[in-house]
Design a protein around this ligand. Structure first.
Ligand SMILES: NC(=O)c1ccc[n+]([C@@H]2O[C@H](COP(=O)([O-])OP(=O)(O)OC[C@H]3O[C@@H](n4cnc5c(N)ncnc54)[C@H](OP(=O)(O)O)[C@@H]3O)[C@@H](O)[C@H]2O)c1
Length: 166
């Protein structure tokens, strides 16, 4: 099973503010949907709660929510108590590529396990309170980069980048 992370971050590594995403980039959202559809998605409890009602759970893919709270219930999602347990759930189900989809705490935990990172690098800085972790560029190589210019629907340009562990 390939363990992947997928995220979008500003040029100052911001990924979130007040439990929300501080930009509106529809083509990036579409990229997230296309990349993760049909695959297990693993997320922190705060990320799950931040999803808008119509995307909670994210449709057409098994959702796994990570919490330390043994009483926690997440409608439409499986609840587990560690990232390792979440990875095990996907592995046992025969998943070929599992996606760690954040937020910040879970990405930090995920770096140790991930072999691939789908990172949308936005060419603007944002105010925020949650960051994508620094990762050692000596241990990761960029294998793909596709540019998306700004336009009437996208205030900022961005790149779809894929990194793989060396
Ligand atoms: N730009 C992007 O690509 C992107 C993607 C996803 C999310 N986000 C943003 O990221 C922000 C949320 O990130 P966050 O860092 O605040 O929270 P998070 O990573 O989504 O969730 C944190 C929660 O995960 C659980 N957790 C963390 N470590 C754990 C461990 N070792 N064992 C078991 N459970 C553990 C805890 O839940 P309990 O407190 O219930 O125990 C913790 O409060 C939001 O602003 C969201 O919009 C951005």
């Amino acid at each position: 099973m390939i363990i992947s992370m997928i995220a979008a971050m500003g040029s100052n590594r911001v990924i979130g503010k007040n439990n929300d995403i501080p930009w509106h980039l529809p083509d990036d959202f579409q990229y997230f949907k296309d990349s993760t559809k049909g695959h297990y998605v693993l997320m922190g409890r705060k990320n799950f709660e931040s999803l808008p009602p119509r995307f909670k759970p994210l449709p057409d893919r098994p959702n796994v929510v990570i919490t330390r709270n043994k009483q926690y219930e997440a409608k439409g999602a499986q609840v587990v108590y560690s990232l390792e347990e979440a990875l095990q759930v996907a592995e046992i189900a025969g998943e070929e590529e599992v996606f760690i989809i954040g937020g910040g705490e879970i990405y930090r935990l995920g770096l140790e396990f991930a072999e691939r990172i789908y990172l949308t690098e936005i060419e603007s800085e944002y105010e925020g309170d949650t960051y994508f972790p620094e990762f050692d560029k000596n241990s990761w190589q960029e294998v793909s980069r596709k540019h998306h210019p700004s336009d009437e629907r996208h205030k900022s340009a961005f790149d779809f980048v894929i990194y793989e562990k060396k």
